[in-house]
Design a protein around this ligand. Structure first.
Ligand code: FAD
Length: 336
């Protein structure tokens, strides 16, 4: 067993941290208040190679592993989670194209995503189908060599920014197996009948665009289907596992940030002639944050390392996301 990061991994962490401190800090409050984002930051991140980390070098990506992606996520999230999500999600869903797409689809979509020339999102959730994904009702009906799509999706990250959305859509609603009813389609957002409306008033991650999108007789060629007909649920779960570990890494970044801000404050703030840091009740809180942050990071690293070795440990990935997400909320509360 070797817990040491390689020099390359350490360099990634350092470069990510320097970039985030230079580009995120000054704008974070404005983006949070206004629920906006400056695409110039995304473009700079893409130029420096932070976007499309896990896309194959063959398609213009960095060809790095999920562990490296988690290291990047943690560094960015520690500085500002909203901007981090806005910068790192424009490839959200490209994992499906890379794993299930045809060679033609990979060549068509991946190079522009890896270099930040295009933005995508993934559309699964519907007003009546969140955790119960198989209940999604947006429908595609085949007409000749096209599919006609009708329905709506909600909470879609990058919904109003994206050039394409990969969409989870019913193609075989009568299938007795509810996990074989859906297929995955790439939908260009400039197609007639597509509409996106930004949702406002989120409690956090406000630099990141979240939208409601609708499809009214949107026509796409059959060649836009990614993967086999009826295989959409499997493709979705493949993506969710990869995304869960990235979200867990973001949560580790948040815990780190809570610890850093907490320590800074208690050293400076004096009551009854002594800094808050000198009181054991305060020290206990900081020790708890440190402990949960380190435990969470170990879970993330192990799960990510296993994925890079070819083993998807579903239970560990889910546990890491649940633990890190819950602990990040708790750490933020305690630091406040
Ligand atoms: C900021 C943000 C960005 C998002 N981005 C995207 C995106 O890009 N694409 C996309 O498709 N979706 C996106 N989502 C949607 C997200 O994936 C859903 O919110 C999630 O799937 C949960 O669905 P829901 O909100 O409808 O909750 P529900 O499914 O209604 O669940 C409500 C609660 O009930 C619990 N629950 C549900 N079923 C069970 C069960 N069987 N057992 C125990 N507890 C249960 C849940 O854990 C939850 O606590 C985003 C959401 C947010 C907030």
């Amino acid at each position: 067993m070797d817990f040491k990061l390689t020099n390359e991994q350490k360099d990634i962490a350092k470069a990510a941290r320097e970039f985030a401190e230079k580009e995120f800090v000054e704008r974070a409050e404005e983006f949070d208040r206004e629920e906006t984002f400056d695409e110039a930051i995304f473009k700079k991140a893409a130029e420096l190679g932070f976007v499309g980390f896990f896309i194959d070098e063959k398609y213009g990506g960095a060809g790095l592993g999920i562990l490296e992606h988690c290291i990047l996520q943690e560094e960015f999230a520690d500085v500002d989670l909203g901007i981090s999500v806005a910068v790192l999600t424009p490839c959200f869903g490209s994992e499906i194209i890379q794993a299930f797409g045809t060679e033609e689809q990979k060549s068509r979509y991946l190079p522009s995503l890896a270099t930040g020339k295009a933005i995508m999102g993934s559309a699964f959730t519907e007003p009546d189908a969140g955790s119960d994904l198989a209940a999604a009702r947006t429908m595609a009906v085949k007409e000749g060599d096209e599919f006609v799509i009708n329905g709506s999706k909600i909470f879609i990250t990058n919904g109003t920014r994206a050039d394409y959305l990969i969409c989870f859509i019913q193609t075989d609603p009568e299938n007795r197996d509810k996990h074989r009813r859906h297929s995955m389609f790439m939908v260009e957002t400039n197609r007639e009948g597509f509409e996106a409306n930004k949702l406002r008033g989120k409690l956090g991650i406000r630099a990141s665009d979240t939208a409601e999108v609708s499809f009214t007789n949107v026509r796409v060629p059959s060649s836009n289907m990614v993967g086999k007909p009826g295989n959409g649920f499997n493709e979705a779960i493949y993506l969710f596992n990869l995304n869960r570990i990235a979200v867990a890494a973001q949560a580790v970044g948040l815990m780190r940030s809570a610890l850093k801000e907490g320590v800074n404050h208690v050293k400076k703030r004096f009551t009854f002639g002594a800094p808050l840091a000198s009181y054991q009740a305060i020290q206990f809180k900081l020790a708890d944050i440190y402990t949960w942050m380190r435990a969470g990071r170990n879970m993330v690293y192990e799960a990510a390392w296993k994925i890079d070795q070819g083993e998807m440990d579903h239970a560990l990935v889910a546990a890491a996301k649940a633990f890190c997400g819950q602990m990040a909320v708790k750490c933020a509360d305690m630091a406040l």
